[in-house]
Design a protein around this ligand. Structure first.
Ligand SMILES: [Zn+2]
Length: 235
């Protein structure tokens, strides 16, 4: 921003109180004039380049997972979820090429970083050894992404790093899902045991009730017989 950009015109002078002396008025005019001719650049935005733009900050963007050590929960999230970060309606075009969501149908390990406009591998980011493309460095050479001869996705998929990382990823997922299944099965078993116990208790109560009823009937029957016999004896 330049002082010379300030649009100070006669209208502004009209706002100065009329009681100002001619001397003060002159001093103000002189100061502004000096500012106008000095053309000094005020460093209002000098720090702008050092402060990242808010559009470059997104804690949910996939690229964040490629720059830190991951917790087990984060790895499970990476392996289980497809979409990270801001929703995107259209992928940016570079050299007339762009990322295609369709690729994820064939290569389920593909993860896309909106901020970097680059793709990563969920298995290699989770368990890949060392640094490399699809793990710490995003791939964005879309022209050579797919294709029989130069398809980078295909080449990556059969690489040693990828196949080893895939095995570890699948193990983690199966253990994590297995644990869940075990928890559900334990809950289910405990519930079944309780239902079974309650059923037995209920049946015992019913038996007692029925037994009591039967006993009463037997007593009533016996009573009638005795009364009948006594009547016969007395007659
Ligand atoms: Zn991989």
């Amino acid at each position: 921003m330049l002082f010379s950009d300030l649009d100070i015109d006669e209208e502004m002078w009209a706002t100065i109180p009329k009681e100002s002396t001619e001397c003060q008025d002159w001093e103000i005019r002189q100061n502004v004039h000096q500012s106008k001719i000095s053309n000094i650049e005020v460093p209002v935005h000098s720090l702008a380049s050092e402060i990242p733009s808010s559009s470059n900050i997104d804690p949910d963007d996939f690229s964040n997972y490629t720059k830190k050590s991951l917790s087990e929960n984060e790895i499970i999230q990476i392996l289980s979820s497809r979409d990270f970060g801001k929703e995107i309606s259209a992928y940016p075009t570079t050299k007339a090429r762009k990322y295609s969501k369709e690729w994820e149908k064939r290569y389920s390990w593909l993860r896309y970083s909106v901020l970097e406009d680059a793709s990563y591998c969920s298995y290699c980011v989770s368990f890949g050894q060392g640094d490399g493309l699809f793990k710490t460095k995003g791939f964005s050479d879309w022209k050579n992404a797919v294709g029989e001869k130069r398809g980078t996705f295909k080449i990556h998929e059969i690489s040693k790093m990828h196949t080893e990382a895939m095995e570890k990823s699948e193990n983690l997922l199966s253990v994590s899902q297995g644990e869940k299944a075990n928890i559900y099965s334990s809950i289910s078993k405990a519930y079944e045991d309780k239902v079974s116990y309650n059923r037995k208790v209920l049946l015992s109560i019913i038996d007692v009730i029925i037994g009591t009823k039967n006993l009463r009937k037997k007593m009533e029957t016996l009573g009638f017989l005795l009364i009948g016999k006594l009547k016969l004896m007395s007659s």
